[in-house]
Design a binder for this molecule. Sequence first.
Ligand SMILES: O=C(O)CCC(=O)C(=O)O
Ligand SMILES: [Fe+2]
Length: 237
Amino acid sequence: MNTIEEKISSADWQRVTEDMHERGYAIIENMLTEKDCAELISGYQHPDSYRKTVVMERYRFGIGEYKYFNYPLPALIQTIRTAVYSHLAPIANTWMRVLQIGKQYPLVHEEFLSLCAEQQQTKATVLILKYGQGGFNTLHQDLYGDLYFPIQLVLFLNEPGRDYEGGEFVLTQQNPRAQSKAIVLKPRKGSMLLFTTNFRPSKGSKGYYQMKMKHGVSEVHQGERYAVGVIFHDALT
Ligand SMILES: O=C(O)CCC(=O)C(=O)O
Ligand SMILES: [Fe+2]
């Protein structure tokens, strides 16, 4: 059995990089084992692991519930956050360069977290979400302060079509000169989905422009759906 470090380092990052540039998202299957998924789901009940619980209806974020992890993060998630970041920072740096935004991200996640801390962004943003029948997550962006990393990921802990129906992951892209396009994804259990947090570069006739993206989850028609969201910046509150 490969360790999570091995799975991350042997992933096809060339293909992921191309997908991120062309589409603003990429899927890597088989990142988590059955056991990893089961442990993360059963951990949902342990109050000590989390700093805050959000009942989504209260804020009109949708229907469902999520919990922000506390530091220290579970080892599996800590490893994923640190190791995947190093593969994404070069992509983020290309995006900033082609969009002529004078910003570059350090290649080491700890250094990026130090920059967050300088801006008082110190609270963990990694979360686990739970939706039952009728659950959904409205289209949104996960910006938790002025400093943000432009790519984030979700880990899928249940099998679509078996554990739940509906509950598709929805991305919208807002072309500044057209209506929004919806992209609907059903990644399999254990998959990692990488996607655009705010905007990505898209090539037009006069060079690159900003294509704003949002994400959410369509209504769960049946069953239960859990997911872990890994956001690379920390939060003010
Ligand atoms: O439940 C999902 O797949 C979406 C989670 C989400 O919005 C996030 O991780 O930022
Ligand atoms: Fe989100």
